[in-house]
Design a binder for this molecule. Structure first.
Ligand code: HDE
Length: 682
């Protein structure tokens, strides 16, 4: 590892340290540094008199408060972020000159923000929505931002339609309803009248739109980018993040309930896992296509509504990102971070994907209003770790004190510095793609197939996943009040699968389409990588509610809890009251949650054990827990008195329900069920 890289590993954190401040244990002062003698009572003319203007501390405190909000992001307002590092496994020298992708083992500090798209800053995190997955790499050549989503395609093909899409999905303007939801007339009216959205809608109706955790989502750069190597040769590239825990989701009923029980579910999950040292990990993968093969696919590789099926263009895993540090201050870091797909480094370039091209304009533009001027790059979280020098000056909130007389180029007074760099010196040189065309406002013919890959997606789903898609369509369209819109959408999706469209039509009471599209019958291809059923499955960090009360069997409970922890699951004792419960032999055990502070939707699995002589109310709560878990297809385990509880609810002997009188075999059988995550065959 080069010395420069070793420095870089820590440098972002060290850089942030210069801005950190600790108020704890300090004397209170004004922003001018004056010690404050009174912070409870404003200065008044007499004890019952009016407050005086000259009370500068009151004025400063109130003015700052009055101005402490900034506009939320126009999309992706609800987000949560963490710091980490990216370690390269394999040199990409053959394909790109990007320095952070050269030396295996080299590490680059990163900052990642996950988000929902449609909802406001305070909305529930389990909305059916796309998730943003934005990564800032603080490289020695400047910041590189990979501003992606958890779905590999997008709703539209041209950025000029983005304001329309967003207006359609946001709360309807005449009544401000609904918040953080696509289940309303304007969104589906947009879909039916903009059929390029078909493929993305299949993802949006799938389980991908209701992830179990930010730690269990894939990330995608979506667009086709370019890698350019030292010799100037270019390749087309798509970026993927693959979570080492696999890709996992909730079910819709559960997601809606989580939004009520814990609207911070995803951020709390991320924050707590980092605090516990269960660092979220994502491997970086690239799909690479040689320039010579640009036209060798049955879709246009620049079309952002298309994937490159992984079975056709394999994903090469080149490194791993580990998120290992929470922010110190959510506003300063998570809120003020400014991502931009145009932040690139030498060796990474753009393509003519018209969605990408438009994004290159939008991000700086939106930061200018959101962060109040052109100096947002100086905010600690946005500063590159390498020095920056140019002739840009002034503006609101400028912090840099540029010394010297000269702020223009060319000049002689400063020896024509700051000077530009050649490519050899690390200067960014745009890839010299030959472009030739008439100015025209049109869409390429090669972008006009909207259904083939929507069909590929449908074909690749398991029966359970297909069922979830049908249920999602039925819910979303069931919430649409305009029957013509409902009918248009159902007719549109008959182009993907007739039986699916007919079932949805039946569920929402509109006419069943009769005509399957020709291609729907012709396309039989599947892409196994699209199904979440083929993902990694592990018990790690799965939360288990251990339902326990007074009179429990100490030895066995200890054995099970320790056994579950050994398998890296996270058991929590749930009982009627907080405090401690007493075992048969008088030993006490701390209760983590009560039946009411927690809820079965907040756990991945339930283990009922109970205790001797428990009240009916205890078993009533336990019954609610196991039934909810059962309805959400989650693993359920029972031993001791818990077995009776399952029998009373006719749940024993069902798939994913483990009962055992032998405590040792129980632990291994139950852990196996927990690793399975969900039992769709109930
Ligand atoms: Fe964005 N997008 N976007 N987007 N986007 C923003 O920038 C935009 C698109 C994505 O955590 C905004 O700073 C246009 C695709 C993420 O801070 C804004 C188009 C993808 C985030 C903007 C798209 C994304 C944003 C709002 C159509 C996946 C959150 C606030 C051409 C590849 C970043 C902001 C964060 C945020 C514009 C489409 C990802 C308005 C015009 C496709 C993850 O500039």
């Amino acid at each position: 590892m080069s010395d420069q890289r070793k420095v870089n590993e820590k440098s972002k954190n060290e850089q942030l340290n210069e801005f950190r401040t600790e108020d704890h244990g300090k004397k209170m002062t004004t922003n001018q540094g004056l010690r404050v003698s009174e912070d409870e009572f404003s200065l008044k003319a007499g004890e019952r008199g009016p407050t005086l203007m000259e009370d500068f501390h009151f004025r400063e405190k109130m003015t700052h408060f009055d101005h402490e909000r900034i506009p939320e992001r126009v999309v992706h307002a609800r987000g949560y972020a963490a710091h980490g590092e990216f370690e390269l496994y394999e040199s990409m020298k053959e394909y790109t000159r990007a320095k952070f992708l050269q030396e295996p083992g080299s590490k680059t500090p990163v900052f990642v923000r996950f988000s929902t798209v449609a909802g406001s800053k305070g909305s529930g995190e389990l909305a059916r929505d796309v998730r943003g997955f934005a990564t800032k790499f603080y490289t020695e050549e400047g910041n590189y931002d990979l501003v992606g989503n958890n779905m590999p395609v997008f709703f539209i093909q041209d950025a000029i339609k983005f304001p329309d899409l967003v207006h359609a999905v946001k709360p309807e303007p005449h009544n401000g309803i609904p918040q953080a939801a696509s289940a309303h007339d304007t969104f589906w009216d947009f879909v039916a009248n903009n059929q390029e959205s078909a493929h993305m809608i299949m993802w949006h109706m799938s389980d991908r739109a209701i992830p179990r955790s930010f730690r269990m989502m894939e990330g995608f750069g979506v667009h086709t980018f370019r890698f350019v190597n030292e010799q100037g040769k270019a390749y087309f590239v798509k970026f993927h993040w693959k979570p080492t825990l696999g890709v996992h989701s909730t079910v819709w009923d559960e997601a809606q309930k989580i939004n009520g029980k814990n609207p911070d579910f995803h951020r709390a999950d991320l924050y707590e896992s980092i605090e516990k040292g269960d660092y979220p990990e994502f491997e970086l993968g690239v799909q690479i296509i040689d320039e010579a093969d640009e036209f060798n696919f049955d879709f246009d590789i620049l079309d952002p509504t298309k994937i490159w099926p992984e079975e056709d263009v394999p994903v090469k895993i080149i490194g791993k990102m580990t998120l290992n540090r929470n922010v110190d201050n959510v506003f300063a870091e998570t809120e003020q971070v400014a991502f931009h797909p145009g932040n690139v480094v030498p060796g990474i370039d753009f393509t003519n994907d018209p969605l990408l091209q438009g994004r290159l304009f939008s991000y700086t533009d939106t930061q200018l209003i959101r962060l109040g001027g052109p100096n947002f790059h100086e905010l600690p979280i946005n500063r590159p770790v390498c020095p920056f020098h140019n002739n840009q000056r002034d503006g609101y909130g400028r912090q840099t004190i540029n010394r010297g007389q000269v702020s223009y180029h060319n000049n002689s007074l400063a020896n024509n510095t700051p000077e530009t760099s050649s490519a050899e010196e690390g200067g960014y040189v745009h890839y010299q793609e030959k472009v030739d065309g008439r100015k025209i406002q049109a869409r390429s013919e090669s972008f006009k197939d909207h259904f083939s890959q929507a069909i590929l997606f449908w074909n690749s789903m398991t029966d359970a996943e297909k069922d979830h898609i049908i249920q999602a369509f039925s819910f979303e369209l069931g919430k649409v009040s305009n029957q013509s819109v409902q009918q248009q959408v159902v007719n549109m999706f008959a182009n993907v699968n007739l039986a699916m469209a007919q079932e949805v039509a039946g569920n929402i009471g509109v006419e069943q389409p009769q005509q399957a599209s020709k291609i729907a019958n012709e396309i039989t291809k599947t892409s196994p990588a699209l199904s979440q059923e083929n993902t990694r499955k592990k018990p790690d960090t799965r939360k288990i509610a251990v339902i326990l009360g007074d009179g429990f069997n100490e030895k066995d409970v200890k054995h099970v809890i320790e056994g579950l922890k050994k398998q890296k699951t996270e058991p929590e004792v749930v009982s009627s009251k907080l405090g401690t419960i007493k075992g048969k032999e008088g030993k006490e055990l701390e209760v983590d949650q009560t039946f009411t502070t927690a809820d079965p939707v907040l756990y991945d699995a339930i283990y009922v054990i109970g205790g001797d002589n428990l009240q009916e109310a205890f078993w009533k709560n336990a019954t609610y827990y196991v039934n909810e878990a059962y309805n959400h297809f989650k693993p359920i385990g029972a031993t001791h008195e818990g077995i009776k509880c399952l029998e009373n609810n006719s749940l024993s002997d069902k798939p994913g329900v483990i009962t055992d009188t032998d405590i040792s075999s129980f632990v291994s059988r139950f852990t196996e069920a927990v690793s399975e995550h969900r039992f769709w065959n109930r």
